[in-house]
Design a protein around this ligand. Structure first.
Ligand code: GAR
Length: 203
């Protein structure tokens, strides 16, 4: 059984979907063993505690640089024997040190069809640009900002009367299905990285 750590900064609805997918048996071979947030009041921490999963606020204030923070985080994750790191609305860019330590063992979900609209305002930027179709992307994390190999993507239409909130709501619904699926595939060695491409061996 592999140990998953979920890192989240906000509400944690993706975390919730992942925990429920583990309970249902839709994610096999792994369990959420730890949830970490850089924000003390992140609702994600409460969601984890509600399921009896250890949840920790990891404050950046105690560290003088991003790398120092990441080094402490890596030490902690290794002590807990974490196999897979899942970013679910974690709003910090990981340093190359972290990415190297968990090489090809970090996943991220982004609320747009990458490589379009990377960064922290993926939904708003797509809406303001005027695209008719956006979506969400699950990808491996590399040193760049939302640049790693893409595992799964799904399109979401943009409606004329959409606001950032209504569009994000529909993207969230797709994310809650897509992320557990991607995690299951990675945990069960169904994803092979070939250059920039991820080849999926569906089961
Ligand atoms: C999700 O929509 C995720 O795609 C996005 O934050 C939201 C977190 O929601 N991530 C990013 O924008 C990363 N650049 P949640 O806390 O309810 O899971």
């Amino acid at each position: 059984m592999k140990n998953i750590a979920v890192l989240a900064s906000g509400s944690g609805s993706n975390l919730q979907a992942i925990m429920e997918a583990v309970e249902r048996g839709d994610i096999r071979g792994g369990r959420v063993s730890l949830v970490i947030s850089d924000r003390k009041n992140a609702y994600a921490l409460e969601r984890a505690r509600g399921k009896g999963i250890p949840a920790l606020h990891f404050s950046a204030l105690k560290y003088s640089s991003r790398e120092e923070y990441d080094r402490a985080l890596v030490t902690y994750l290794e002590k807990r024997q974490i196999d897979l790191v899942v970013l679910a609305g974690f709003m910090r860019l990981l340093t190359p040190y972290f990415v190297l330590c968990f090489h090809q063992r970090i996943l991220n979900i982004h609320p747009a069809l990458l490589p379009s609209f990377p960064g922290v305002r993926g939904v708003e930027d797509a809406l303001n640009y005027g695209v008719k179709v956006t979506g969400c992307t699950v990808h491996f994390v590399d040193e760049g900002m939302d640049t790693g190999p893409i595992i799964l993507q799904e399109a979401v239409p943009v409606y004329d009367n959409d606001t950032t909130e209504t569009l994000h709501q529909r993207i969230h619904a797709v994310e809650h299905r897509l992320y557990p699926r991607a995690i299951h595939l990675v945990l069960n060695d169904k994803v092979t990285i070939k250059g920039r491409r991820c080849i999926i061996d569906e089961d």
